[in-house]
Design a protein around this ligand. Structure first.
Ligand SMILES: Nc1ncnc2c1ncn2[C@@H]1O[C@H](COP(=O)(O)OP(=O)(O)OP(=O)(O)O)[C@@H](O)[C@H]1O
Length: 275
């Protein structure tokens, strides 16, 4: 039995993940690697196991077997909170914004700041001006233009709402922001705004996982593309060296993965016997 050595250069790595639902094998020895400061797109046909993979990485599902590493150390996420505490934030397709609240309230939802001293500790008074100021600074740093931080989210367009959700994840995700189809419901202009925002999040040093069915989006911003097929990683490619049609061909099984140039960083991470 060999002991698997995680790659220390990766912010997140998974090896040999399996997950079965009855007779359905959702993950079949799936590997995953994410470098610091990259946008990694995860693509695959319907039912390939993308959501199942993301659920394991975000603590929403516990795998039947396999290992997950963060900064080279093994982690065992029991629930989404334990993943969040490790600096991994997720924006799910069903946007988790509270439309009745304003932008600042959304950014601090569930993590509200209290006033300093007794007023905060004993009386539990909220530091509303502090939250407004920090929220405004954060939105400005990410280049998100809004009229006012006090604007209710229900008055925002779909793209602006998505921007608030991404900004919230970027504010709290110390390491990784995972985005599930962030442009699915958006028009062309808003899609471009959200894609630009995602690149700014990456440029601030965070790693981004982008699950997407949109090949143009993927080729516009991804640094690398993880192609998932039949419950496992088929190959990771670079959009600079692999064409869109070849990515689609690998996704559908029309092209064997060894016919495209691999952009894997860690080598030999396929389900070691010890896991
Ligand atoms: N909770 C569950 N119970 C039973 N089967 C499941 C469950 N979750 C996923 N599956 C099955 O596991 C397989 C992989 O599903 P998964 O949702 O991970 O794929 P996907 O690549 O995200 O697909 P899509 O792009 O359609 O969302 C599918 O056959 C799916 O039906």
């Amino acid at each position: 039995m060999t002991t698997f050595e995680p790659s220390t250069g990766l912010v997140m790595q998974a090896v040999g993940l399996t997950k079965r639902y009855g007779h359905v094998v959702a993950l079949d020895g799936a590997d995953f690697e994410l470098a610091k400061g990259e946008i990694l797109a995860v693509v695959g046909d319907n039912g390939a196991g993308k959501s199942s993979l993301i659920k394991v990485l975000t603590g929403a599902t516990i795998p039947d077997s396999g290992s997950v590493f963060v900064d080279g150390k093994p982690v065992h996420f029991k629930n989404p909170l334990s993943a969040r505490l490790a600096g991994i934030e997720t924006v799910y397709q069903e946007l988790a914004v509270a439309t009745q609240l304003n932008i600042a309230q959304n950014l601090f939802l569930g993590r509200e700041l209290r006033k300093p001293g007794l007023r905060g500790r004993i009386l539990r008074q909220l530091d509303k001006s502090g939250m407004r100021q920090q929220a405004a600074d954060h939105m400005k740093n990410l280049g998100i233009r809004i009229q006012s931080i006090n604007q209710k989210v229900e008055t925002l367009s779909g793209g602006q709402r998505q921007a608030v959700a991404v900004a919230r994840a970027a504010a709290w995700g110390k390491r990784v922001v995972i985005l599930d189809e962030p442009t699915a419901a958006l028009g062309v202009r808003e899609t471009n705004q959200v894609l630009n925002l995602i690149t700014r999040v990456r440029d601030q040093g965070l790693s981004v996982v982008l699950i997407s069915h949109s090949m143009p989006d993927v080729f516009q911003i991804a640094d690398r593309i993880h192609i998932h097929r039949l419950g496992r990683r088929a190959v990771v490619v670079s959009p600079k060296t692999t064409s869109m049609s070849d990515v689609v061909a690998v996704m559908t099984g029309a092209l064997p993965p060894d016919k495209v140039q691999s952009s894997l960083i860690a080598t030999g991470a396929t389900s070691p016997a010890s896991h």
